[in-house]
Design a protein around this ligand. Structure first.
Ligand SMILES: [Zn+2]
Length: 503
C-alpha cells in the first residue's frame, strides 16, 4: 500500500512450537498431531493442584539458539512468571511465561524489501512459554458444546516479538518468512503453519506522517495529535495470508477514517475464504494479566560455557549462504534465493556440485546445477509432491544426466523426459540415461552411414552444392529423412551434411 498521508506501523508476534521430544514442564511427549485427544497428558500439563513443573532444558537451549541466530542479547538468569487469565484451554488459570526478563532481547534480522534493498527489522524480545490446550466448538441439533484436547497443553512455545518498525504488509510477510527459514535451518521447529507449529499475529496501525515518533521502541504522538488505535489480527494460517490480512486491514482503516468514522482498538480474525478480516472484540483497556514470579521454578543461571555449547549448533544462515552463493558461483539473486529457501535443497545443490565440477568449471557447474534443480526438477517434484533428496534422485545420476546434456548427447527434451520418467514411475535414473545415450550414439552412427550413402548416390546435387548452389542442401536433407524413414533429426542431418560436404 502506497499512501502519502499515513505511515504504516506494524509489529509482529510470532509463536513457534519447538520440536523437543517432551513438553515444557513435564515429560509428556510433544508429538500430538492426529493423536487420540487427551492421551499425551499428566497432572502437570492438566494443571492439577499440587503438580510441580520441571523446565525442559532442551527447550531453553533452543530459545537461546534462536536468540543467538537473531543477534539478541541473552539473559544470564532465566526467570519464569505466571500470566493469569481464565479460559478453559488453560486449566491452571495461568500460563507459565516470561514477563520483565525474556531470555533474549534487542535483536534484529535482515530482509529484502520490495525494491530489492536490504531492510533491518528489530526484535524486541524472544521468550519461552508453554502452549495451551485446544478447544473445538460443536453444535448438535439445538445443543452447543465445546470439547477440549489437552495434548497440546504444555508444548514448548517460543514467542518472538518484533519492534514496531515493520512499514508494509510486504515487509511483514518477508520477516515472517525469514524467521520460519531460520528456525527450520536450526532445526528448532518444522514451523508448519497449517499444523499450528507457527502462528503470526500482526498489530497494525496507521498514523499521520510527521505526527508521531518512536521513543524506546514505543510510539508517541507529537503535539496534540491523537494516535490512531491499533488492531490485532488472529487466525492467520499461512505466510502469504500475513501479507493479505495486513493489506486488507490497512485499506479498511484508511477508508474508515476517510468516511469520518472513529477507529477503535480491536482484535480481528482473518477469514481466508472471504479474504477479509472479521471483527472479534474491542479492546477498551489493556489486558491485566496480574503477572507474578513463578514460585515453583527456581532461577536458572546461564553461564558463558552454556552459550558456547549452544553456539556450536549455529549453522550458516540463509542470508549468509545466499551471499556466499552469489560471490562464489556468480549465480543470480533469484537462483540464490530459491536454492537457499530450504536447507535440504541447498545441501543437495552443494553435494551435486563437486560431482559436476569434475567435468566442467565450478561456475558453469553451479549454473547448470541451479538450472536443473530450480527448473525441471522443481516443477516435476512440485507437481508430483516428491521430495528432492538422494533417495528419490541420486546426485550421481543427476550429474550424469546434466553432463550428457552438456555434451549434447542428450537433447533438453530427452533429458527432461528421462528425469520425469524416473521420478514418476520410480525407475532407476542411471539405467534410463545409459539406455538413452546408447540410443543417441547409435542414432548418430546410423545417421552417419545414411548421410554417406546419400552423398555417394546423389553426385549431381553434391557437385551443385560444392559449386555454390547452397539450396541443394534442402534436397539432400530430404533424401536423408526419406532413407531414415523420418526418424532422423533434420537439423542434425543438415549440420552433418554440410560438415561432410565442406570437409
Ligand atoms: Zn504432561
Amino acid at each position: 500500500m502506497e499512501n502519502t498521508k499515513y505511515d504504516v506501523i506494524i509489529g509482529l508476534e510470532i509463536h513457534i512450537q519447538s520440536n523437543t521430544q517432551s513438553k515444557m514442564f513435564c515429560t509428556c511427549p510433544t508429538h500430538y498431531f492426529e493423536k487420540e485427544p487427551n492421551t499425551h497428558v499428566c497432572p502437570v500439563c492438566l494443571g492439577l493442584p499440587g503438580a510441580l513443573p520441571i523446565p525442559n532444558k532442551r527447550a531453553i537451549e533452543l530459545c537461546i539458539l534462536l536468540g543467538l541466530a537473531t543477534n539478541c542479547d541473552i539473559e544470564k538468569e532465566i526467570h519464569f512468571d505466571r500470566k493469569h487469565y481464565f479460559y478453559p484451554d488453560l486449566p491452571k488459570g495461568y500460563q507459565i511465561s516470561q514477563y520483565k526478563r525474556p531470555i533474549c532481547s534487542d535483536g534484529h534480522i535482515e530482509i529484502k524489501d520490495k525494491d530489492g534493498k536490504k531492510y533491518e527489522i528489530g526484535i524486541e524480545r524472544i521468550h519461552q512459554e508453554e502452549d495451551v490446550a485446544k478447544s473445538t466448538h460443536h453444535t448438535e441439533g439445538s445443543t452447543e458444546y465445546s470439547l477440549i484436547d489437552y495434548n497440546k497443553s504444555g508444548v514448548p512455545l517460543i514467542e518472538i516479538v518484533s519492534k514496531p518498525n515493520i512499514r508494509s504488509a510486504y515487509q511483514a510477510k518477508e520477516y515472517a518468512s525469514k524467521i520460519r527459514q531460520i528456525v527450520r535451518y536450526l532445526n528448532i521447529s518444522d514451523a508448519d503453519m497449517e499444523k499450528g507449529q507457527m502462528r503470526c499475529e500482526p498489530n497494525i496501525s496507521i498514523q499521520e506522517k510527521g505526527k508521531w515518533q518512536l521513543v524506546d521502541g514505543k510510539i508517541f504522538p507529537i503535539g496534540d495529535y491523537i494516535l490512531n488505535p491499533k488492531s490485532e489480527v488472529k487466525n492467520i494460517g499461512s505466510i502469504s495470508a500475513v501479507e493479505k490480512a495486513i493489506e486488507y486491514e490497512l485499506n479498511r482503516m484508511i477508508s474508515e477514517i476517510e468516511d469520518g468514522k472513529t477507529l477503535i482498538q480491536q482484535t480481528r480474525g482473518w477469514d481466508a475464504n472471504k479474504g477479509k478480516t472479521i471483527f472479534q472484540r474491542s479492546k477498551e483497556t489493556a489486558d491485566d494479566y496480574r503477572y507474578m514470579p513463578e514460585p515453583d521454578i527456581p532461577v536458572i543461571e546461564i553461564g558463558s560455557e552454556d552459550i558456547e555449547r549452544i553456539s556450536s549448533e549455529l549453522v550458516e544462515l540463509p542470508n549468509e549462504k545466499k551471499d556466499r552463493y552469489q560471490k562464489t558461483y556468480s549465480l543470480s539473486d533469484y537462483d540464490c534465493e530459491v536454492l537457499t529457501a530450504n536447507l535440504s535443497i541447498s545441501n543437495y545443490f552443494e553435494e551435486l556440485l563437486p560431482i559436476l565440477s569434475k567435468n566442467m568449471d565450478t561456475v558453469k557447474a553451479a549454473k547448470s546445477a541451479s538450472n536443473w534443480i530450480t527448473g525441471t526438477l522443481f516443477s516435476i517434484a512440485n507437481d508430483k509432491k516428491i521430495d528432492i533428496n538422494q533417495d528419490n534422485i541420486p546426485k550421481e545420476s543427476l550429474a550424469y544426466l546434466i553432463i550428457e546434456f552438456e555434451k549434447k548427447v542428450l537433447t533438453k527434451n530427452k533429458a527432461e523426459a528421462i528425469l520425469k520418467e524416473s521420478l514418476e514411475q520410480k525407475k532407476d535414473l542411471k539405467k534410463l540415461i545409459e539406455k538413452a545415450t546408447q540410443e543417441s550414439t547409435q542414432n548418430t552412427k546410423n545417421l552417419d552411414s545414411i548421410i554417406d550413402d546419400v552423398i555417394n548416390t546423389n553426385s549431381k546435387a553434391v557437385t551443385d552444392f560444392k559449386s555454390g548452389k547452397q539450396s541443394t542442401i534442402g534436397f539432400l536433407v530430404g533424401q536423408v529423412m526419406q532413407k531414415s524413414n523420418g526418424s532422423a533429426d533434420p537439423n542434425k542431418a543438415r549440420l552433418l551434411l554440410i560438415e561432410k560436404l565442406n570437409g
